[in-house]
Write a protein that binds this ligand. Structure first.
Ligand SMILES: NC(=O)c1ccc[n+]([C@@H]2O[C@H](COP(=O)([O-])OP(=O)(O)OC[C@H]3O[C@@H](n4cnc5c(N)ncnc54)[C@H](OP(=O)(O)O)[C@@H]3O)[C@@H](O)[C@H]2O)c1
Length: 243
């Protein structure tokens, strides 16, 4: 793989998954299943971010508003010298993010939509009228690296917390933009071959192409495990267990 300069942004991917690796039920009836500890960990992580990043379907299906949470987390942001709230960034390549999404009704940090220049102008204008700043990726595909570079330049973003779903995660992983993964491992099983997972798109076809991480911490709270992984640079050789 050719060397590509890293975006000047540290991107943390945060997800809760079941023991069988699902992030929602097959019919997407269940979208939240972590404990209050998991919720707290999410808000604590958000309190470290300049921007929160989400896919359009997650915003629509879960009603996510990408807020700061209680005054405790607002105080943590102040102490860290961060803006009062993290920028709310949603990826919608077709610019079809629903006008009815709860995000639009929740006061908070500015909303940025990342879309493609080929998305219909009427849709982009609709999103602007809803109050968003709309960034258009040049070309056919949405260039997530260029988007992060733009967020860094335009909004001074240095640290992003990405919150799914699997389609967006897979694109971020395939573009080698994920520096850190936080996983909450919840002892439930949803099953289902079509239930959403952490990465619902091609990332690797052969072992050498897999995005690799090193586990740096694991913490148990109640029945849940909180895992933290840091990305291993592609330049580091793969060492398989037993080698
Ligand atoms: N357990 C957890 O921690 C967790 C966290 C988040 C979400 N979830 C679950 O995940 C499910 C939603 O995930 P999902 O994978 O279906 O959807 P998603 O990744 O949230 O959103 C997919 C949409 O985002 C846009 N998008 C994402 N990547 C893109 C790219 N590279 N280029 C252009 N557009 C891109 C597209 O929007 P347009 O169609 O508008 O173009 C695409 O249809 C929900 O059921 C939710 O409950 C679980």
């Amino acid at each position: 793989m050719a060397f590509v300069a890293r975006a000047p942004v540290h991107l943390v991917l945060n997800m809760a998954m079941t023991a069988d690796g699902k992030v929602a039920t097959a019919g997407r009836e269940v979208t939240t299943f972590g404990s209050r500890h998991d919720q707290r960990a999410l808000y604590a992580l958000r309190a470290t971010a300049d921007a929160l990043l989400c896919g359009a379907r997650t915003v629509e299906e879960t009603g996510a508003t990408l807020g700061t949470g209680s005054s405790v987390f607002a105080a943590a942001r102040r102490k860290a010298g961060l803006a009062p709230a993290a920028l709310r960034v949603v990826v919608s390549g077709s610019a079809s993010l629903a006008s009815e999404a709860a995000l639009w009704r929740q006061a908070g940090a500015p909303i940025v939509i990342l879309t493609r220049a080929t998305a219909p102008e009427a849709q982009r204008e609709r999103l602007r009228k809803l109050g968003a700043q709309v960034w258009c990726s040049p070309g056919e595909a949405l260039d997530l690296r260029a988007a992060l570079d733009w967020l860094a330049r335009e909004h001074g973003v240095r640290r992003v917390v990405a919150e799914g779903g699997g389609v967006l995660n897979a694109a971020l992983l395939a573009a080698d933009l994920v520096d850190e993964v936080r996983l909450t491992w919840v002892p439930r099983i949803f099953g289902g071959a079509t239930s959403p997972t952490i990465a619902d798109g091609p990332v690797a076809r052969v072992l050498e192409d897999a995005v690799r991480f090193r586990r740096v911490s694991v913490r148990s709270v109640g029945d849940e495990r909180f895992l933290r992984y840091l990305r291993i640079p592609r330049s580091e050789p793969t060492v398989l267990h037993g080698d």
